[in-house]
Design a protein. Structure first.
Length: 254
């Protein structure tokens, strides 16, 4: 059996200095992670250039630490028009696109739009994850994100909600991704600790481990191929292009 590549794609590291970032990512690596991502939230009217600058800093620091950085952008809004506008301008710049919302209309839109990879709900309401939403998420191959930091904010409120989410996702075959939501070293958790929380919520052990490893990498691998032009349409891959890239890369290092 191949060794799992654990990943935490829900860190909150936007306002950190480079020195603190290096220490935090080094600690993350020591916990057994191979990769990470952080929420870069696009605000209404914000200059996308600033978000791209932060992305590039994160990539640079991650290379020094020896962790694989997965570029992620979050659009948090209940306005479908704003989300559509953002998607047109950012999809080609990031490997993962996440939508956070408390709107049923936006939840439906995010579940069916091919440019969206991850969906999460900003409220604790169960009404957003009904049978229709679950079916759409499953058919669209979306990841539904749950966060430990949110659970710890109010365990009495969110534990029952998260159990409901796990039950619904299991019934409809929706893939869950579980993140720490950490904004400091003290909030980071080892990957198997995160997985154990999902087990307590009712998810089988192997699926819980997948939620902090394989499920994310599968989506990232496909998206990276799309960004490089290897996958040109849904299910259509340019034969030989990836091999050519590897040859050019090896020639450049000689």
């Amino acid at each position: 059996m191949s060794r799992r590549k654990f990943v935490d794609i829900g860190l909150n590291l936007r306002n950190f200095s480079v020195d603190i970032l290096e220490k935090l990512l080094s600690f993350l690596k020591g916990l057994g992670y191979s990769g990470f991502s952080t929420r870069l939230i696009v605000q209404c009217g914000e200059d996308l250039g600033k978000v791209l600058e932060i992305r590039d800093v994160l990539r640079s620091v991650s290379e020094r630490v020896g962790l694989e950085y997965i570029s992620r952008v979050d659009i948090v809004s209940n306005r479908k028009g704003f989300i559509k506008l953002c998607l047109r301008s950012i999809r080609r710049s990031f490997e993962l696109v996440a939508i956070g919302t408390s709107s049923l209309e936006v939840a439906r839109f995010a579940a069916r739009d091919r440019r969206v990879d991850i969906v999460y709900f900003t409220s604790g309401s169960r009404r957003l994850l009904d049978d229709v939403e679950c079916r759409m998420l499953s058919e669209g191959g979306k990841l539904l994100e749950l966060s430990l930091s949110k659970l710890l904010l109010d365990i009495s409120k969110y534990f029952a909600t998260y159990r409901y989410v796990v039950e619904m996702c299991s019934e409809y075959g929706v893939n869950i991704v579980f993140t720490s939501g950490a904004s400091s070293v003290h909030e980071l958790r080892a990957p198997r600790e995160l997985a154990s929380v999902l087990v307590a919520l009712g998810l089988p052990v192997e699926r819980a481990l997948d939620a902090v490893s394989d499920i994310v990498w599968k989506v990232v691998e496909v998206n990276r191929k799309k960004l490089r032009g290897i996958i040109v349409a849904e299910g259509v891959e340019v034969v030989g292009k990836e091999k050519e890239e590897k040859v050019r890369s090896s020639e450049g290092t000689e």
